[in-house]
Design a protein around this ligand. Structure first.
Ligand code: 0X9
Ligand code: ZN
Length: 313
């Protein structure tokens, strides 16, 4: 049976990660992040390239920080499998893997994901306890350091947008960002970052901490242009409209989130939160028969973004 006809358990996701270097020994290497999740689950990623040299440019793709957004890990795994399968046959993909090293963190919040699968389908946050409260968990997408604590995040442990006691209070966010920081301080040139979510069909770019109509983001025009290419390619594949713009402007303010970290802290010139399908018909409860369509349209969008990136080099 096709891997993408069902949403997979975290154990199946880990098995998937470990299977890629076996299937593609010349293209894929898997690795463990330094820390396990709060409940002790191993977190593993993949490094994909035709010849992983340190001088190559880096693309960082990650998913699953919000537990109930099951299409996010599924779509990122689909994209990763497609890049691996199309190397050597699709000239664009061949160029991508010859030019970039891709780092993939497919399931950033395994405790929350399993809680959503087994206990509470609508769970969003991590599963770490909060001192002085019976409410569990922190919103990983409010736990990054850039403008942490600002508008659109809550200081209340029971809130769905609880920011935590301090930046990186959540080990799952800490271990992911530590890896990114170590890459950068080792000299990696990280050019493109995506943190996948659902739902809403949006490519969101910085800033998230402010809703100013035209935030002082000097790379705004470039990021908008890449998003235009990406969303056009998606439209051509599935007919679904994806909108794009700065998060604070077209959605809502969300201080301490992923794309502000990627751009504001790391200086990655193309930094996005992408909200996958749908537009609210099923919302988080997206049927399994939409995994492959979501994978196909998003793969097209990411390829178009990468072609745009290559055209600017
Ligand atoms: O609220 C969030 O974290 C994201 N929406 S979700 O439904 N997936 O939870 C939106 C994040 C907003 N992104 C930016 N502000 N860039
Ligand atoms: Zn989300």
């Amino acid at each position: 049976a096709n891997f993408y006809t069902q949403y997979r358990s975290y154990d199946e996701i880990l098995q998937w990660v470990k299977s890629k270097p076996v299937q593609y020994p010349n293209l894929a290497v898997d690795f463990a992040f330094a820390d396990t999740s709060y409940e002790g689950r191993e977190i593993r990623g993949l490094k994909i390239s035709s010849d992983p040299q340190p001088f190559k440019k880096v693309v960082w793709l990650e998913a699953g920080i919000h537990a109930r957004e099951w299409i996010s890990p599924a779509t990122l795994m689909y994209i990763t499998d497609s890049l691996l399968a199309d190397y050597g046959t699709d000239p664009d993909v061949t160029k991508f893997l010859d030019t970039f090293v891709f780092y993939i963190n497919p399931s950033m919040n395994p405790d929350g994901y399993e809680h959503s699968r087994n206990e509470d389908r609508m769970w969003r946050k991590t599963r770490s306890p909060n001192e002085g409260s019976t409410c569990i968990g922190t919103d990983g997408n409010r736990n990054f350091e850039y403008e942490w604590g600002g508008t659109g995040s809550s200081g209340l442990a029971c809130a769905s947008t609880y920011r935590g006691t301090h930046p990186y209070s959540e080990v799952e966010v800490l271990t992911d960002t530590n890896y990114i920081k170590a890459l950068a301080s080792g000299g990696a040139d990280i050019q493109f970052y995506v943190n996948f979510h659902s739902y809403g069909q949006l490519w969101l770019l910085p800033w998230s901490y402010t809703g100013d109509e035209r935030p002082p983001n000097p790379d705004y025009d470039n990021m908008m242009e890449m998003a235009a290419y990406g969303t056009n390619a998606t439209l051509a594949v599935s007919g679904l409209v994806f909108t794009y713009g700065s998060c604070g402007e077209i959605l809502y303010e969300a201080a301490g989130n992923a794309n502000d970290f990627a751009y504001g802290t790391m200086g990655i010139p193309y930094s996005y939160v992408i909200e996958l399908r749908d537009d609210g018909e099923y919302g988080f409860l997206l049927p399994e028969d939409q995994i492959i369509p979501s994978g196909e349209e998003t793969y097209a969008g990411i390829k178009a973004a990468l072609n745009y990136l290559l055209s600017t080099a």
